[in-house]
Design a protein around this ligand. Structure first.
Ligand code: C5P
Length: 236
C-alpha cells in the first residue's frame, strides 16, 4: 500500500509502502533534458518507462543480476526494494556519440571494444561532472573494491543487454545505470533502464529509438518509446 511521498526526481515519485523495506516508484509523464533546462509534459510517457524498465529488470533478475526490482504493480508503478542511492551515474558506451564526442573528439560511431565505463558524480548543482575512481570513493562513501564491483556489474549488464536488444533489431549504443545500497549494505542495481537512460538505434537504419528524439527535437517521443515496448513484447 502506498504511503507518504519520500522523494520526487525529474522522472518519478518515490513512495514509502507499509513495509519498511519496500518502495513504490511512480513514473511521471514528464520529459526533461539538459539537466532539466528542457522540460515538457508528455501524457503516456510514464507508462512506457515503467513497462519497459520492468521488462529489462525482470530479464536481468532472471540472469541473476542483483537489483532493487520486485514487481510491476500497474501501468505506471512498480514495487522495489528500498536502497540508499549511491550518487553515481555509471555510463557504459559501446559506440561513440553524445557527450564523449563533444568532450573528447571521438569520431561519431567509433566502436569501443571492450566497452567504456565512465563515472559521473550525480549532483545537479555541479551538472553531473565526470570523475575518476578515486573521486568516486571519496565523494560517495564507497571503497575501491565497491567501485570495482559496480564497474564489473555495469560491464556484465552490458554483455547481457546487447544480445537482449539485438534480437529485436535494437543496437544498444550507450546507457546510464545507478546503484543503491540495500538495508543489509549490499550494492544492487537501482533506478531505471529505459529509453530515457539508454541510446537505442534501429539496427537497419540507425535511427534513434530513445530520448534523443526529444533532446534534439527530431521525432515523436511516444511513438519511439511505443516501438521499443512493442519490440520487447516480441521476446518470449
Ligand atoms: O550525454 P551522454 O552521451 O554522456 O549520455 C550517455 C548515456 O547516458 C545516454 O544513453 C544517456 O541517455 C544516459 N544519461 C542519462 N542520464 C544522464 C546523463 C546521461 O540517462 N544524466
Amino acid at each position: 500500500m502506498k504511503k507518504e511521498l519520500l522523494y520526487q526526481g525529474k522522472a518519478k515519485y518515490v513512495y514509502q509502502t507499509d513495509k519498511p523495506n519496500q518502495l513504490i516508484l511512480a513514473y511521471k509523464d514528464q520529459a526533461t533534458a539538459f539537466n532539466g533546462k528542457k522540460k515538457e509534459t508528455i501524457i503516456g510517457k510514464g507508462r512506457f518507462n515503467n513497462l519497459i524498465s520492468a521488462k529489462v529488470f525482470q530479464f536481468l533478475h532472471d540472469k541473476k543480476i542483483p537489483s532493487h526490482f520486485i514487481e510491476l504493480i500497474n501501468d505506471t508503478e512498480q514495487l522495489v526494494e528500498k536502497t540508499m542511492i549511491i550518487p553515481l551515474e555509471v555510463v557504459v558506451r559501446n559506440l561513440a556519440t553524445g557527450s564523449i564526442v563533444k568532450r573528447l573528439g571521438f569520431e561519431e560511431k567509433t566502436t569501443f571494444a571492450p566497452a567504456l565505463v565512465e563515472l559521473y558524480y550525480k549532483n545537479d548543482d555541479l551538472d553531473d561532472p565526470i570523475i575518476n575512481d578515486q573521486h568516486a570513493t571519496l565523494l560517495t562513501n564507497t571503497t575501491e573494491e565497491e567501485i570495482e564491483l559496480i564497474k564489473g556489474l555495469a560491464l556484465k549488464i552490458n554483455q547481457l543487454l546487447i544480445p537482449y536488444f539485438e534480437q529485436v533489431g535494437v543496437k544498444l549504443v550507450d546507457f546510464k545505470l545507478e546503484f543503491g545500497r540495500n538495508q543489509s549494505g549490499k550494492i544492487v542495481l537501482a533506478d531505471e533502464i529505459s529509453p530515457d537512460t539508454c541510446r537505442f538505434w534501429d539496427v537497419e537504419t540507425n535511427s534513434s529509438l530513445d530520448k534523443d528524439v526529444f533532446r534534439q527535437g527530431t521525432g515523436d517521443l511516444l511513438s519511439v518509446y511505443q516501438e521499443i515496448l512493442n519490440r520487447l513484447g516480441e521476446i518470449k
